[in-house]
Design a protein around this ligand. Structure first.
Ligand code: AKB
Length: 317
């Protein structure tokens, strides 16, 4: 990885991944790709090159890849699970037509490609606890359909054309820089903002709804580690289960309340979010990622909570 393009660089993961990659590979070697209306700001804008890259426009991707001599693309353009249910056609256009454009450019220009999958690629018929790496993937959400297709298409381009495609299945990502938008796991970010602002948190999913979650530094590390991994050791490619912690709302609430004694939470269930959450695994088995490329998370719920509260207090004061 010498010259990197991030498509979707101003989103929740993209904004922090761009900065982390610039730290590791040099500011000038990492291009922040964005769409009109979601321009980079502040440090993201000032610290390195940026370019308009609409994933639905193959010619635009190709021209940026040529201009900056890109050899690695992190393709983060996607609609999250809840919003994809209300805009299924757009979710397909961005997630799959967009991916096709990225893979075609990668094939012609010799780029490696990372396009994340998700715990959303699983469905109700998948084993729910310690979900294996290779198992049933029959999701009923449009987000899930696009994620399974992403995995298949990425593997297809590797097997047929030798394009170096690799990915992880991200759990809910918790971060304090750019808020997520339209996901089922967003509540696990929102709850920290409520705690720091002194507000009562209204939780959209029921007590006992377990889902895998991960702190952003671990998520960034996973993506970069996998792209740097020795290809000879990779038995799998698209996409690896990774895991750090699994909890329900009552557990994250208690973890925060230990540090914010007056914090309160009530439930007001959102039926769509609950339906999606119920169809996702309670916890993933990430043995293959650990064995094939050394995956290991650094944060658990307690250490993440301490860091989130400290960072948000500084940000919101
Ligand atoms: C979502 O909730 O849609 C995402 C995901 C788990 O992929 N955060």
């Amino acid at each position: 990885m010498k010259h990197i393009l991030i498509i979707g660089a101003t989103g929740q993961i993209g904004s922090e991944l761009t900065m982390e990659l610039r730290k590791r590979y040099g500011n000038q070697n990492v291009v922040a790709g964005y769409i009109l209306g979601a321009e980079p700001k502040g440090e993201l804008k000032e610290s390195g090159p940026s370019a308009i890259v609409d994933v639905t426009d193959g010619a635009m991707i190709e021209s940026v890849v040529r201009e900056y001599h890109i050899d690695t693309i992190y393709n983060l353009a996607a609609l999250l699970s809840v919003v994809a249910e209300s805009k299924p056609k757009l979710a397909w256009k961005i997630g799959i037509d967009g991916l096709w454009n990225v893979l075609e450019v990668a094939r012609e220009q010799g780029c490696a490609v990372f396009t994340p999958s998700s715990i959303g690629s699983f469905g109700s018929s998948t084993p729910h606890t310690k979900t294996p790496q290779d198992t049933i993937q029959r999701p009923r959400t449009m987000y899930g359909v696009t994620k399974v297709t992403t995995e298949l298409l990425s593997d297809y381009y590797f097997n047929k054309y030798g394009v170096d495609t690799r990915a992880v299945r991200f759990p809910g990502i918790i971060s304090n820089v750019t808020p997520p938008g339209g996901g089922t796991t967003d509540y696990a970010v929102d709850i920290y903002y409520s705690a720091v602002k002194g507000e009562k948190f209204v939780c959209p999913v029921k007590e006992g709804t377990l889902m895998d979650m991960m702190y952003m530094p671990d998520a960034l590390n996973a993506a970069i580690m996998l792209m740097e991994a020795d290809p000879a050791k990779l038995i799998h490619r698209n996409a690896f289960n990774i895991a750090a912690m699994s909890f329900g709302p009552e557990t994250i609430f208690q973890a925060i309340k230990k540090h914010v004694l007056e914090f309160e939470m009530v439930y007001n269930i959102d039926p769509l979010k609950q339906r999606i959450a119920d169809s996702w695994p309670d916890s993933l088995d990430d043995t293959c990622a650990r064995n094939e490329w050394g995956w290991k998370p650094a944060y658990d719920l307690e250490s993440m909570t301490v860091d989130m509260l400290e960072k948000l207090r500084a940000k919101l004061k």
